[in-house]
Design a protein around this ligand. Structure first.
Ligand SMILES: C[S@@+](CC[C@H](N)C(=O)[O-])C[C@H]1O[C@@H](n2cnc3c(N)ncnc32)[C@H](O)[C@@H]1O
Length: 229
């Protein structure tokens, strides 16, 4: 049976419990340390997610040591901010956001370092920011599109691989993995963000809505796995 196992915890603590090389692919998106505390930032009015999420601090050396211990292959988003911890290689991914309205203060793309010995690849997925593009109206300020994760898994993972996502955020990676049939393990430290992500996963992958009484309603006929592929 397909595994989709998630934890509301610090990923470093979780990784310490995992045997060497347990995951086939770690596809991770840690905070970039670019100095935006999204709960205080002027853009926060666009997001329904009000958490303690703070993007000021990047993971330290121990995080990368553990990541390389628990996984056989790695893809690390925002790696241009973490080069001090990574071996020099030329196998990167460029995500071209194809912005409709490029603005000086907004990045037109993002970079990911990969451990794969293949040429640089460019992924083109239009994205004007979660606040503009997300069908859920952007609960998470750094949500990446599900099709981007699906592209990564289709191009870099083999069938049957176990995927690890140390910083799940909105759970876009979990949704892509579920729809493509990969086993997936993820961590998210922020409680509200974790709950929002789980709610999103339940809705987008299983058609489940949790109403205030706590009851779960399911529309299986509309949200089967096959109709979402
Ligand atoms: C850049 S965002 C990830 C966004 C994600 N790629 C998406 O599509 O939504 C980083 C996330 O890591 C979480 N985080 C920060 N430190 C963490 C830690 N030590 N362990 C687990 N999650 C952490 C933050 O709360 C935030 O949701």
């Amino acid at each position: 049976m397909q595994i989709s196992e998630v934890h509301n915890c610090d990923c470093l603590e979780y990784m310490r419990t995992i045997p060497d090389g347990f995951f086939d692919l770690a596809d991770v998106d840690p905070p970039y340390g670019i100095g935006k505390n999204w709960t205080k930032d002027k853009h926060s009015k666009f997001y329904t997610h009000k958490s303690s999420y703070n993007n000021d601090t990047i993971p330290g050396e121990e995080y990368f040591k553990e990541l390389f211990r628990v996984s056989k292959n790695q893809i690390i988003w925002g790696a241009n901010y973490f080069t001090a911890f990574l071996p020099a290689r030329n196998s990167w991914i460029v995500w071209d956001k194809k912005r409709d309205y490029p603005k000086q203060h907004m990045a037109e793309g993002e970079l990911a370092w990969t451990s794969f010995n293949i040429p640089l690849r460019i992924a083109e997925f239009r994205w004007n920011g979660a606040c503009v593009c997300s069908p859920r109206y952007g609960k998470h300020p750094h949500e990446k599109p599900v099709p981007l994760y699906a592209w990564v898994y289709k191009n870099y993972a083999q069938p049957g691989w176990k995927i690890f996502d140390s910083h799940m955020g909105s759970q876009s990676g979990r949704i892509a993995a579920y729809k493509l049939g990969f086993d997936y393990y993820g961590c998210e430290i922020d409680e509200q963000c974790y709950k929002d992500g789980c709610e999103r996963f339940a809705w987008e992958c299983k058609g489940e809505i949790i109403v205030p009484s706590g009851r779960i309603y399911t529309q299986q006929n509309l949200f089967t796995k096959s109709s979402n592929k």
